[in-house]
Design a protein around this ligand. Structure first.
Ligand SMILES: *Cc1c(COP(=O)(O)O)cnc(C)c1O
Length: 471
């Protein structure tokens, strides 16, 4: 399998090249040249292959240029098997809430967020790729809260990697921050940026756009545009849809920000898993809800701070992949639309593409009051505590949306552990969720971080002075 750019002007690359590069050189995102089909044994097993089995299959199908099936299975086993860092043996357990609704708990990883699912596999993949090439990497990431912690947990202590994490100062929860600042690892460099997540993401893009800098630092990214993340996340859509689908399909409600997790559901569907409709649930940073409702994809002037900070995002990076698919793999159209977006901050989705998107996706925005009400309602009904992001999925399912009349089971994605947002959960439900045992020392460990202004040049200098990959 080779990878091409959504903007059509970059040479095809292999899976490992695509994940090490991150963004394609023409500014597009890498997508597979074609969609591989899941093999029948998965359907016959009805989800019994578990998360490690589904991830091995997805990884093999997408990386067959670089990995044998046994190689893919070994990496998946390292990330998700019995010796893995997940506190639940199922990795992504399903919990029934009522007759037709399930909660998929994606927060049993080392940093208590669904991003661990992808990042644990990326850690194993990087170790494998760097051992083969003998190279060092500088990994830089921008985080709205959870990517950073998951990256730290996956890459701390990695021999050949230096990790720089930019987080928006004062806009992540204390637990989220501590997962980034209290690792104690010498190869981890948290940077508090005086700005919001979109500022951090813009700095990241500037770093990658500086070709000389990117080459000297051997720069690589683990942000949600990384194809490896999409593949790892597709695995739980595959297992859940096979486990619950019977002869029909399973529908998903996905709290969304950068559209990575939701696009993974689309990928599972394209590979033949019985995924029905996907409801995109946003907070008041609602660019995706507006895009699906009106056909106009347009950023607001600023992201607003909500009680679900990991979704305080105005530019849903992975949406470009859906635009590419929905325009019939239209690289020229995608390139033109994103040129308009760079110029004016918006574009109109062509009518046939919008119709194609609406065949699968519905979307709805949820405000903070509705989020708190959903946290209370679920707690009263089932005793479960939801983090504010997961509560947006619950609120969206209650609220409904155009085109959302799901036939069959509905799975709500629970994307973070409630203990990552104890104050918000306490305020809504009256209950303080305790940190699980495997994170019990988080508040006792010293924090280390540097503060920098919202300035890409300052970040470049900081990275240059610290990375061991510089040449
Ligand atoms: C990152 C994140 C999201 C949004 O996921 P995307 O892939 O960016 O859409 C939702 N909830 C939590 C807790 C997150 O950390």
């Amino acid at each position: 399998m080779r990878y091409i750019s959504t903007r059509g002007e970059a040479p095809p690359v292999s899976f490992l090249e695509a994940i090490l590069k991150g963004l394609a050189p023409d500014g597009g995102l890498y997508v597979p040249e074609s969609w591989p089909a899941l093999r029948p044994y998965l359907r016959e097993n009805r989800g019994a292959m578990g998360h490690a089995g589904a991830a091995a299959e997805a990884l093999y199908l997408f990386a067959d240029d670089d990995l044998s099936f046994a190689g893919a299975a070994a990496l998946a086993n390292e990330a998700y098997g019995a010796e893995s860092r997940f506190a639940h043996p199922a990795v992504a357990p399903l919990k029934q809430l009522d007759g037709r609704t399930w909660l998929m708990e994606l927060f049993h990883g080392p940093s208590l967020a669904f991003k661990d699912v992808a990042m644990q596999l990326i850690g194993a993949l990087y170790a494998e790729a760097l051992a083969r090439s003998g190279e060092r990497l500088t990994v830089v990431c921008a985080t709205s809260g959870d990517t950073g912690g998951a990256a730290v947990e996956a890459l701390k202590g990695a021999d050949a990697v230096d990790l720089f994490v930019m987080l928006p100062k004062g806009r992540v929860s204390e637990v989220q921050r501590r997962f980034m600042t209290a690792s104690g690892a010498a190869n981890v460099h948290p940077i508090l940026i005086d700005g919001d997540f979109d500022d951090c993401q813009a700095i990241l893009k500037t770093l990658f756009a500086d070709k000389a800098f990117a080459a000297s630092a051997s720069l690589s990214g683990v942000n949600s545009i990384s194809w490896a993340r999409i593949v790892a996340q597709a695995a739980y859509f595959i297992t859940a849809s096979y486990a619950l689908g019977g002869d029909g399909v399973v529908n998903f409600v996905v709290p969304t920000g950068n559209f990575g997790d939701a696009f993974a559901g689309y990928v599972a569907k394209r590979m033949g898993a019985p995924v029905g409709r996907i409801l995109l649930a946003t907070n008041t940073n609602d660019i995706l809800a507006r895009a699906i409702a009106t056909g106009r994809y347009e950023r607001a002037a600023h992201s607003s701070a909500t009680i679900s900070p990991a979704m305080d995002i105005q530019v849903a990076s992975n949406f470009e992949r859906l635009v590419f698919e929905a325009t019939g793999r239209g690289a020229d159209t995608t390139r033109a639309l994103y040129a308009a977006f760079a110029q004016s901050g918006g574009f109109d989705i062509p009518a046939p593409a919008l119709a194609a998107m609406r065949e699968i996706f519905s979307a709805v925005a949820v405000n903070d009051d509705e989020t708190r009400a959903a946290m209370r309602a679920v707690h009263q009904r089932t005793g479960d505590l939801l983090c504010p992001h997961s509560a947006i999925a619950a609120a969206a399912a209650m609220k409904g949306a155009n085109g959302w009349a799901p036939d069959g089971p509905v799975v709500l994605l629970a994307t973070a552990h409630p203990a990552k947002f104890p104050d918000t959960v306490e305020a809504a439900t009256g209950v303080t969720p305790p940190l699980p045992g495997h994170c019990a020392t988080l508040y006792d460990r010293p924090e280390k971080a540097d503060a920098l202004s919202n300035d890409a040049e300052a970040v470049k200098k900081y990275v240059r002075e610290r990375t061991r990959a510089w040449r």
